[in-house]
Design a protein around this ligand. Structure first.
Ligand code: SF4
Length: 329
């Protein structure tokens, strides 16, 4: 009988899905991915997770609950790091425990430790992942090699797809599991498209370019997603053809409290590109979210027509030079 492996459609699934799915299929498992996020999945996850966890972790537990009775194994890797001397959120290092101590009667876990900062450990990690399904080491290695090709193809298909200086475009920033989960981000990309704006995410930019810009930052880059977002931010500061930046963050995310703040400060200090931070949690209502989005778009349109691109950050609005004291906003 074919072994069924469940993969929760949450957190780093949005980064590594092509690799994980292809790998487990090729070693001979049947892969079951949980449904797209919805209200029921989030509500269940919220009930089973400690209150002060961030919404992506609550949602992850909701996806685990969805799969729990449908599979033989749940793939919940322990990801320790991706780049040398850079850290990943501790929730990823302790994810198997977060799940295990939240939800009872789970199927067996494939909780392989994956540390991409040490390439020597990668082969052991792959062999460990595959050993739950087959004892054939050659098959495991070949499945991994194929999966890596699929992953790289997927990543390059996302690059430079839409960037065009002529278009009206908005950079959307945030962690991939927020940016690409339509339920969590309340379909922000589709909504912005309906207003005539194309959306660029840090994943659409060339990795080498992002790294080059990130490396020019004088401070230490401690966090994995900080590199991607900071590099993208510095890129757009220099190539000023974005109409606005929207950062979607999760309430209670310690990493975003630093990353979003740094991005906002750099943009406000060095550009007049409008910036909006949207913080979401399980209580966020779509009506409120839409209102803020519409207000942001209205402001973009309004400043194009009426304000000659005066900074929206307040520095110039009441200055003598602009002579618009008394204008109400
Ligand atoms: S980085 Fe932030 S949003 Fe992501 S899992 Fe960690 S605390 Fe949650």
């Amino acid at each position: 009988m074919t072994i069924k492996v469940g993969i929760p459609r949450a957190l780093l699934f949005y980064e590594y899905a092509p690799l994980w799915i292809s790998f487990f299929n090729d070693v001979g498992a049947e892969v079951i991915v949980s449904d797209k996020s919805n209200k029921r999945i989030l509500n269940n996850g919220t009930i089973y997770t400690v209150e002060d966890a961030c919404i992506p972790v609550k949602l992850y537990n909701g996806h685990v609950l969805y799969l729990k009775d449908k599979v033989d194994y749940l793939f919940i890797p322990r990801i320790m790091g991706v780049y040398e001397k850079e850290y990943i959120c501790p929730k990823f290092c302790g994810l198997p425990e977060v799940v295990k101590y939240s939800i009872k009667d789970l199927p067996k876990l494939i909780n392989t430790k994956i540390d991409l900062t040490k390439s020597s450990n990668m082969k052991d990690a792959i062999l460990n992942m595959g050993s739950y399904i087959t004892t054939d080491k050659k098959r495991i290695i070949s499945a991994y090699e194929k999966a890596l090709i699929k992953y790289n193809e997927h990543k390059s298909s996302m690059k430079n797809t839409y960037i065009n200086e002529q278009n009206e475009q908005i950079m959307i920033m945030g962690h991939p599991y927020i940016l690409y989960d339509e339920y969590l981000n309340m379909n922000v990309i589709k909504k912005l498209k309906s207003y005539g704006y194309s959306c660029i995410t840090p994943d659409n930019l060339d990795d080498d370019l992002v790294n080059e810009y990130a490396n020019s930052y004088p401070g230490k880059i401690f966090w994995l997603f900080f590199r991607k977002m900071l590099g993208s931010c510095l890129y757009l500061i220099e190539n000023n053809f974005f109409d606005g930046v929207i950062y979607i963050s999760s309430f209670g995310c310690g990493i975003d409290s630093v990353v979003a703040e740094t991005i906002e400060r750099r943009l406000r200090r060095e550009t007049n590109i409008p910036f909006m931070l949207m913080t979401i949690d399980e209580h966020s209502g779509e009506a409120g979210f839409n209102t803020r989005l519409e207000a942001f778009i209205d402001m973009l349109e309004w400043r194009k027509i009426n304000e000659n691109n005066i900074s929206t950050h307040g520095n110039n609005l009441y200055s003598r030079e602009n002579n618009i004291r008394g204008v109400r906003y």
